[in-house]
Design a protein around this ligand. Structure first.
Ligand code: HEM
Ligand code: HEM
Ligand code: SF4
Ligand code: SF4
Length: 424
């Protein structure tokens, strides 16, 4: 029997898609508080205003983040959701779980929470939705002691780092994304659990420029795999693509007849820098011009592979709209090696934090601090020489001015000589 009538929510079940309303009703059979969620959301739809109250700090002892407090502003009407806190659980690298681990989390959440969860949140964490304040310490104890899991990040801290599948399953991984993600999570436990930053800071690891975790669009510090030598070409395999023996794109575009594979139209002419050509049946790449866009490698994976001198490019400052509009990360360091304990990368992360913790305003992402203070200043802070590639987007002007002493041979200007060359 429905505890509350929900005519507005019921409409959401009429479409062809799975509906959270149906899920909640099913869950309400064993979890009474799910009726109160439905009731409260129905009231919000009617009143056109949220009834989740903002504010109220909750957490577990020793940590400043990981639990996001939620309270109802109509608790008398919906006592089941008077407290309805969200618990973020740090996902393992690349989200590989054992079945036992998943079953343990589900069992614990049925016992101590609403039983509802979402896999995975935008940052990657398992998001356990809805529990009461008195359950939090016990949940934390069970996660850390019995399940070998930890809370994720929330608030002005390092958010749960995340990575692509990388070398676990993908031939394009230019470094071990899982090792890097695991290492950085362990190294920066303090930054993850004790908020001390102006705002959130996300680090994401993609093994190659295909960027399967969308690091460039979503993370303050994006580590994207790349190589600095030449793309490896297997000319015999190129010939097999041309003759039709190999299906292009790993068969990803199968199911429709696109006609015979045309290497000129589908690969060479689509290279964004025009650095590919066919000469006497041999594929040639002018690697100095290649931007590592991955298009040709994706089209002919059996013929082309990343070079052998592999590492990562560091891009900084992406974010969704907060103070300013959405922003994609800016390339800051073209190449670092990703080896050992990832010391080269950690040195860069810490330079960012040292500067941003001093200069960043409250609730300002590092990309916004860079925007406000200027890319040239940020490059100086990072100890990086300006490069033509240091632009926010193609054809934008970062306004890098050189000082006299930075210009080889001096910088004396002779206005008369200039006017002779550029008549007014
Ligand atoms: C018939 C008259 C004019 C013509 C044909 C003309 C043409 C141009 C052209 C072709 C440019 C270069 C635009 C670019 O490369 O983006 C330019 C820039 C500029 N013009 Fe004129 N102009 C004229 C009058 C004026 C006047 C009267 C002023 C000032 C009172 C002026 C101030 C400027 C300035 C400040 C720039 C630089 C803009 C920038 O750096 O973005 N121009 N003009
Ligand atoms: C208190 C008065 C002024 C202030 C604070 C001011 C400030 C600025 C600033 C901050 C810039 C951008 C510089 C850059 O990013 O490189 C700029 C550019 C410019 N200003 Fe002004 N300005 C003032 C007065 C004027 C006046 C009176 C004129 C013209 C009669 C003028 C013409 C220009 C031009 C043409 C540019 C573009 C320069 C370029 O393209 O490199 N400004 N101004
Ligand atoms: S980002 Fe690259 S290395 Fe990582 S899974 Fe995607 S294609 Fe593979
Ligand atoms: S990776 Fe992209 S830029 Fe480089 S050669 Fe291939 S298509 Fe051209």
């Amino acid at each position: 029997m429905p505890k509350h009538d929900t005519p507005l929510l019921d409409q959401l079940e009429s479409g062809p898609w799975p509906s959270f309303v149906t899920d909640l009703k099913r869950q309400a059979k064993t979890k009474d508080q799910c009726w109160d969620i439905l009731g409260q959301v129905e009231l919000s739809y009617k009143d056109r205003v949220t009834h989740w109250k903002h504010g109220g700090i909750v957490g577990v002892f020793g940590y400043g983040g990981g639990v996001i407090g939620r309270y109802s502003d109509v608790p008398a009407k919906f006592p089941g959701v008077a407290h309805f806190h969200t618990v973020r659980v740090n996902q393992p690298s690349s989200k590989f779980y054992s079945t036992k681990c998943l079953l343990d989390v589900i069992e614990m959440w049925d016992r101590r929470g609403s039983g509802m969860f979402n896999m995975h949140g935008s940052t990657g964490d398992m998001v356990l939705l809805g529990t009461t304040t008195d359950q939090l310490e016990d949940i934390f104890w069970e996660l850390t002691h019995n399940m070998n899991m930890d809370l994720g990040g929330s608030g002005g801290n390092l958010r749960t780092p995340s990575c692509c599948l990388g070398r676990a399953r993908c031939e394009w991984g230019c470094y071990d994304t899982q090792a890097a993600c695991h290492n950085i999570t362990n190294t920066y436990q303090d930054e993850l659990h004790r908020p001390a930053f102006p705002y959130k800071f996300k680090i994401k690891f993609s093994g190659c420029p295909n960027d399967c975790v969308a690091a460039i669009a979503r993370s303050d510090f994006a580590v994207i795999g790349t190589w600095r030598d030449d793309i490896r070409i297997d000319q015999a395999a190129v010939a097999k693509y041309v003759s039709g023996e190999y299906v292009p794109n790993g068969g990803a575009h199968a199911g429709r007849d696109w006609g015979k594979f045309d290497i000129k139209a589908e690969v060479i002419d689509l290279c964004p820098t025009g650095c590919m050509s066919m000469e006497g049946g041999q594929l040639k790449i002018d690697n100095a011009e290649c931007t590592r866009c991955m298009h040709c490698l994706n089209a002919m994976p059996r013929a082309l592979r990343p070079g052998k001198d592999q590492g990562a490019t560091i891009l900084i400052g992406a974010k969704a709209p907060i103070l300013e509009g959405a922003q994609i990360a800016t390339m800051i360091v073209p190449f670092i090696k990703m080896e050992g304990e990832f010391e080269e990368m950690k040195a860069l992360v810490e330079k960012c934090w040292d500067w941003w913790m001093e200069e960043g305003k409250n609730r300002e992402r590092i990309g916004e601090s860079i925007q406000r203070i200027g890319l040239p200043t940020f490059l100086k802070i990072m100890g990086v020489e300006p490069l033509p590639q240091h632009t926010k987007e193609p054809r934008s002007n970062p306004y890098v001015f050189w000082k006299d002493e930075e210009v080889e041979g001096g910088f004396d200007r002779d206005v008369k000589a200039f006017r002779q060359r550029h008549a007014m």
